[in-house]
Every structure is written in C-alpha cells, then in structure tokens.
Design a protein around this ligand. Structure first.
Ligand code: NAG
Ligand code: NAG
Ligand code: NAG
Ligand code: NAG
Ligand code: NAG
Ligand code: NAG
Length: 436
C-alpha cells in the first residue's frame, strides 16, 4: 500500500515535470496545457478550427455575430456551493497526497458573477480578430451595430469587444453599444422569457451519481476526514477553471483531477445544455426563435416578423433595429446561444445524450459550442448573382445539411430562410406553452 503510494507519487512527479518541460505561453500559463479544452462551458474561447474564408470568387457582404460574455467568476449560487466544498476539504484531518497539500492553506478569494480581466482580454481579442477578418465591411458611416443583453458581464464584454475593434482599426472605428436589452423584459439575447421551461437537473444528477463517487472517494483517500460527496467533487472540479481564469494561472485544483475526471465533468456540461435549453428541453429551442427571426430580417433586409421574445417597439424602429448595416454584433449568454443553435437546427443529434454515459463520437460538445467568449457568426456571401449563407461556431463552418449545403457549408439564402420554418412559425405553438 505504502509502496504503491510512493510509486504513484514518483510517477506523478515525473509526469508533472514532463508536462512542465513543454513550451509555455508565459502570458496565460494555464493555456500551456490542453486540459482547458475539457472545461466544457467554462473553457476559455479557442477556435475549434482555423477560420477559412468562403470559396474564391465569393465575397462576404454581411456579418451577424452573436458572442457569449467572456470568462467570469462563478455565479453567486455556485460560489456558495464551491466555498462549502472547499471548507469541507480544508477540515480534513490530514493531507496525504502531495497534490492536495496546498488545500491546508488555500484561501478562497473569488468574486461572483462578474467578468474577470482574462474574460475582458478575450473579448478585446475577439474584436481585434473580427476587425482584421471583416474590416472591409466597416466604413465610416457604416459602423457595426452592437446590442447587448443587460447583464453586467455581458455589457462589459460588449464594451471590450468594441475596444478591440477600435484599437485594431487604430481608432478609425469606435462602435458604441446601441441597444441594451433588459433581462427582465423582452430580450432575444437571454433565456428569461419561458417560465415553464424545465431544467437539466435530472440528467446531470444521474450522470454525477455515476462519475462523481469514485472522484470523491479518491479525494477522501488523499484528505481523510473531509467526507466529500460527489457534489463536492463536482464543485471542486469546477473551481479548477474558475480559479485559473480568475488568477490567470493553472490552479492547484486542476492537478487533483485526471483527464477522465475532466471528461466526466465536460459530459455533465454537455448534458446540462442539451437538456437545459437544447434539443432535450421541449421548451428550449423556442427561446432561440426571436433571435433567428431578427437574423432572418437582417439577412433579407425585411422587417422583423416575430411573436415571441422580440421587443416589437425596438425591432420596428430603424434607430434601434436598422437593416442597412453590414456588421451586427450581439452579446449574450451560453444557455441562450444553445437555444439559438437548436432553433436554427445546428448540431443535430441522431440520439439524445444518455445520462448514463457519453458516446465518444458525439458532436454535442459544449466546449466547442459555448465556451467563454463563444461566437456564432452568420455570414451572408455573394457569389456572382447568387446570395448564400454560411454559419460558423468557434470558427468551424457548420455543415447546414438542413438547407442542402454542400461540402463548403453554404446554403442559398432562400433555402436557408425556407429551412427556418420553426422560427418563422413562432415555434409552432411552443412559445404559448412557456406560459400556459
Ligand atoms: C501552511 O501554512 C503553515 C503556517 O504558515 C506552514 O507551516 C505550512 O508549511 C503550510 N503548509 C503548506 C502545505 O504549504
Ligand atoms: C472591460 O471589462 C473590464 C472588466 O473586466 C472593465 O473593467 C472594463 O471597463 C471593460 N472595458 C471597457 C472598454 O469597457
Ligand atoms: C441607415 O438608416 C438610418 C435610419 O434611416 C439612417 O439614419 C442612417 O444614415 C443609415 N445608415 C446608412 C449607413 O445607410
Ligand atoms: C421595449 O423596449 C423599450 C425601449 O427600450 C422599453 O422601454 C420597453 O420597456 C421594452 N418593452 C418590453 C416589453 O421589453
Ligand atoms: C465523516 O464521516 C465519518 C464516517 O462516516 C464520520 O465518523 C465523521 O464524523 C464525519 N466527519 C465529519 C466532519 O462530518
Ligand atoms: C413582449 O413579448 C410579449 C410576448 O411575445 C408580447 O406579448 C409583447 O407585446 C412584447 N412587448 C413588446 C414591447 O414588444
């Protein structure tokens, strides 16, 4: 037993040294390890694929960006739960494994809800990237039209994005935020308008009961007397990304968990979003309908037609919903972006994710879909006389089978519009079910 512990410690130390010998991005130390890609919706943004422009002889004529706020502190609810688990861990009688020894003197010092500086930086970088990529669409009198949901971290992410555009353009283009949509009113950038929508607690709970207990058992063996449960294990895993993005270092909590543990955690994020506002939630996709109808209005240059979450007053005025811009940028939340993907038909699944365990070939991976600073970009593309639509998530071109796209992922504009019947029909009666 003792020998096994010593061997395991030596092996870990060797592996740790090997890891640390690899080249590091000194500015953001936790990005030196690929582990952050397993942090699900708490992963910092990274491109899933390098950006590829549309085919030659085509040009982009309009861009519609919807972006998640940047990295943040835990929400106030999870902050309370995480702190309770940290206190349990600290109350252990002893810390046997060297990886957990730090816990004795660890002080929890994170805020709640707010954007962290690293999240602001990634928002600035996104603005710079988008200016470099799409700057030809910016002209003096055609600034990007920017809207934000009213959550403070969302507005600050939008402001930091506009700062990125301003700095990348050497302050030639300084777009303001034109509209802030209150999260207590009609808001197409938040999932705040469907009181009857259910939650994913059943599915995530079922999965936690499977992957969580062995992790808790290991931590309890390393820290006898802590009496950690599967819920504590979940809270402490989530502290790895939160502590890392807050302090821009690789949190000591990350080293408590194996790649398998993180895969379990990532799958819990996949289940959470699928059954929260995705295809597994009967009233999930309908919450994305308002945004899709706004998108169709912009793509076709015709007034918004929607009876769901839109603010009709704002959307019927050219001041607050113009149709003559070339770049539209909206700032939102992960749950809302999932609803929008589902309303559009992105990431279709042959089978629902099973709460008893992941399919390793699944394409529903929230780390790709809604990391911090996640981006969905709908490009309107002109090729000769014809207009097309292309959709990118994390810079990866989406296949758009639902409107007959070929290998280049482009659908004719008319076919794209036709494919969005669920939204054009205001969710086929689902929106009413949000209330009745
Ligand atoms: C924790 O702090 C105490 C008092 O400063 C110190 O003696 C101890 O070595 C520290 N433990 C660890 C694991 O850093
Ligand atoms: C960017 O976000 C940070 C919060 O992390 C905020 O303090 C700062 O004011 C924002 N920048 C702009 C230009 O608003
Ligand atoms: C767009 O329309 C608005 C409202 O009619 C007008 O004030 C503005 O100048 C137009 N902008 C461009 C770039 O055409
Ligand atoms: C619509 O937007 C206007 C302008 O911001 C606001 O005064 C009004 O309260 C909003 N109404 C709803 C229901 O969202
Ligand atoms: C931890 O669990 C053990 C065994 O169930 C129990 O005797 C002990 O009182 C618990 N300790 C705490 C701090 O809850
Ligand atoms: C807000 O949305 C509700 C539900 O669709 C709708 O009845 C109401 O007219 C909307 N209000 C505005 C100002 O658009």
């Amino acid at each position: 037993m003792l020998l096994a512990s010593i061997l395991s410690f030596l092996l870990t130390t060797i592996l740790y040294c090997i890891h640390h010998a690899t080249p590091a991005d000194a500015s953001v130390p936790f990005l030196e390890k690929n582990q952050y890609k397993l942090w699900a919706h708490y992963s910092p943004f990274y491109p899933v694929e390098p950006y590829h422009p549309p085919p030659r002889f085509c040009s982009i004529t309009q861009v519609n960006l919807i972006q998640r706020h940047g990295a943040r502190f835990p929400t106030s609810g999870s902050s309370v739960r995480i702190q309770a688990s940290v206190e349990k861990l600290k109350s252990a009688n002893m810390f046997i494994d060297p990886r957990i020894a730090f816990a004795a003197n660890y002080t929890y010092d994170l805020g709640a809800n707010d954007l962290v500086p690293f999240g602001a930086t990634q928002s600035v970088e996104a603005g710079q990237t988008h200016f470099k990529r799409y700057g030809h669409l910016f002209k003096n009198d055609i600034l990007p039209f920017v809207r934000s949901s009213s959550g403070e971290r969302v507005v600050l992410s939008a402001l930091n994005w506009t700062l990125g555009v301003a700095t990348a353009s050497k302050h030639t283009y300084n777009p303001p935020i034109s509209v802030i949509l209150s999260e207590s009113l009609n808001d197409t950038l938040d999932d705040n308008m469907c009181p009857n929508a259910g939650s994913s607690d059943e599915q995530t709970g079922e999965w936690l009961d499977i992957y969580g207990p062995p992790i808790a058992a290991r931590l309890n063996a390393w820290a006898p007397g802590a009496n950690l449960t599967a819920d504590d294990a979940f809270n402490l895993i989530s502290l790895c990304p939160f502590d890392s993005v807050a302090h821009e270092r690789f949190s000591p909590f990350c080293q408590l968990f194996t790649e398998d543990d993180f895969e379990g955690f990532a799958y819990s994020g996949d289940l959470d979003k699928y059954y929260g506002t995705g295809y597994g939630q009967p009233l999930g996709p309908v919450q994305g309908v308002g945004y899709i109808n706004e998108l169709l209005a912009r793509l076709t240059g015709k007034p918004v037609q929607d009876n769901t979450q839109t603010n009709r007053t704002l959307d019927s005025s050219p001041e607050t919903f113009p149709l003559n811009r070339t770049f539209y940028a909206d700032f939102s939340h992960d749950n809302q972006m999932i609803a929008i993907y589902a309303a559009m038909g992105l990431f279709p699944q042959n089978a629902a994710p099973n709460p008893t365990g992941p399919n390793s070939r699944r394409t529903w991976r929230v780390g790709h879909m809604v990391p911090f600073s996640a981006q969905m970009i709908t490009e309107k593309v002109q090729c000769g006389q014809k207009e097309y639509v292309r959709v990118l998530v994390g810079d990866a071109v989406q296949p758009l089978e639902f409107c007959g796209a070929g290998p280049n992922g482009m659908c004719e504009l008319d076919k794209f519009v036709a494919s969005q019947a669920y939204s054009r029909n205001n969710g086929d009666g689902d929106f009413e079910k949000c209330f009745s």
